[in-house]
Design a protein around this ligand. Sequence first.
Ligand SMILES: N[C@@H](CCC(=O)N[C@@H](CS)C(=O)NCC(=O)O)C(=O)O
Length: 237
Amino acid sequence: MLRCSYALYSEETMRYQLVLGNQAYSSWSLRGWLLLEPFGIDFALEVVPLYVPEYQQFVDANFPATTVPTLLAFEGDEKLTIWDSLAIAEFVHEHHPDAGIWPADSHARAAARCLCAEMHSSYAALRSTMPVNVRREYSSFKPSPEAQADIDRIESLWHWAGTRWGGAGPYLFGEDFCAVDAFYAPVASRLRTYGVSLGAESQAYADALLAHPATEAFYRAGQRESWVLQFNEFDMA
Ligand SMILES: N[C@@H](CCC(=O)N[C@@H](CS)C(=O)NCC(=O)O)C(=O)O
């Protein structure tokens, strides 16, 4: 019987290039960064500003990618383009099964995948009305009822997973940062930017996500950027 083995893929010959958008604004890019950087996986970083001609050059050179994050994986003469953050999580996990991208326990892993899938496909109101902006902190923002419903659902999921698998934390599945934390870190960033008050447990988790050294490094890079996207900047206190 022919069995597929992870050993078929040699980590030593694989090289990665991670392409991100503006670190000041791109929530999905923060996710991509947090799927590699905290796990000690080597990669070259390329930041391409969104919505300018350089971005189109990136798209033209990397079909079928149209969005960031995009992970380019090079092995020998082959280049694989992975243009979706869920697929990036799975690909990196397959090639680095001991890195801890997903929780080790099978039930915890299934729950973590559900949480990531829900983050991936939901929360339209939160995303559209509270865009990421690592350079701003507003004090007078009030979420719409729809965005508040998204926040309530997220807090209830954090409580459920944290109670069942989180132990003493600080992350959702315990002391180790995993893919689910990478997926929810941009939510923590939005909540901080818009001054949303959370329950104590959720706040502690959001704070831990923002205090992770890889998140802090992403923030610092975003704060240094000079590109400005006006539609992500609100004129309020
Ligand atoms: N399915 C993608 C979605 C990523 C996404 O929408 N990224 C935004 C940046 S935050 C983007 O690339 N937008 C560029 C565009 O739509 O042209 C993922 O999971 O990574």
